[in-house]
Write a protein that binds this ligand. Structure first.
Ligand SMILES: NC(=O)c1ccc[n+]([C@@H]2O[C@H](COP(=O)([O-])OP(=O)(O)OC[C@H]3O[C@@H](n4cnc5c(N)ncnc54)[C@H](O)[C@@H]3O)[C@@H](O)[C@H]2O)c1
Length: 257
């Protein structure tokens, strides 16, 4: 129960990985706040947590991470409800239905992917870091991706740019927030069958394409959400106190930097 007494805010918390992070962190003793734009998924996710962990506080707030004002308001509500934010998981994002060939990418596609993944991460950090600084420290874990580490055929150009941008943002923030006791790290998952959409995308590949993908992964298989969540738990916990500005390649060896 290494996170007892801590409050974790998970953006995109109603999605596949967000729910797995919430389950794992709540099991480690944390109280949880989820931000998401999908109200019904948010209600479902918070109800599931409340049912399995009655002794923990779990709050779901509708917040679009693209809007600094919406983020600020939701952060204020989260602190009113839970007292503090000790751990921030910037997880809202994805390729948001835009994996397309270069010449088919629209300005709207570009803006959506960059705004949710990269600007959203920045907005949440900017709203939460002053609170962490005033309390003497905190942990921030950002979701990059294999798509931000190396060219990946399954993601589009905007996603690659956003997830590579998150790595730069992580390092620069680690430098600025380190003196305040705030550790800022990122994880870079490969394909995770995190929900129905990812399962469908994987099943749409032919057996030959699936085999080709698996051959690029030294560990020879895709990851589970729980495996990603264990790394997040580590980065949020006491064992990672001297790690900051790092990108942990949770992609089975597909990228070795
Ligand atoms: N699943 C994978 O294979 C994989 C691999 C590498 C990285 N990632 C990253 O992990 C994160 C989570 O992925 P997932 O597979 O759980 O995706 P998901 O689609 O299941 O979850 C994403 C969540 O973000 C929410 N969201 C979307 N736009 C938002 C906004 N503007 N404000 C707030 N919330 C918003 C969605 O409603 C959804 O609940 C993403 O950042 C993704 O890029 C996933």
């Amino acid at each position: 129960m290494e996170l007892t007494g801590k409050v974790a805010l998970i953006t995109g918390g109603a999605g596949g990985l967000g729910r797995a992070f919430a389950r794992t962190l709540v099991e480690a003793g944390a109280d949880i706040c989820l931000f998401d734009v999908d109200q019904s998924a948010l209600d479902e996710a918070t109800a599931a947590l409340a049912q399995t962990h009655k002794h923990r506080r779990c709050v779901g707030l509708t917040a679009d991470v693209r809007s600094p004002a919406a983020v600020q308001q939701a952060v204020t509500e989260a602190v009113t409800a839970l007292g503090s934010i000790d751990i921030l998981i910037n997880n809202a994002g994805g390729s948001l239905h835009t994996p397309k060939a270069l010449l088919e990418i629209t300005e709207a596609d570009w803006d959506l992917v960059l705004d949710v993944n990269l600007k959203g991460t920045f907005n949440c950090c900017q709203a939460v870091i002053p609170l962490m600084r005033d309390r003497g420290g905190g942990r921030i874990i950002n979701l990059s991706s294999i798509g931000g580490r190396t060219a990946s055929i399954v993601t589009g150009v905007p996603y690659a740019a956003a997830k590579a941008g998150i790595i730069g943002l992580t390092r620069r923030l680690a430098k600025e927030a380190g003196p305040w006791g705030i550790n800022v790290n990122a994880i870079a998952p490969g394909t995770v069958l995190s929900g129905e959409r990812m399962v469908r995308l994987w099943q749409e590949l032919s057996p030959a394409e699936q085999q080709q993908t698996l051959e690029t992964i030294p560990l020879g298989r895709l990851s589970t959400p729980e495996e990603q969540a264990e790394v997040v738990r580590f980065l949020a916990g006491p064992g990672a106190v001297y790690i900051t500005g790092a990108v942990i390649d949770t992609n089975g060896g597909r990228f070795m930097g």
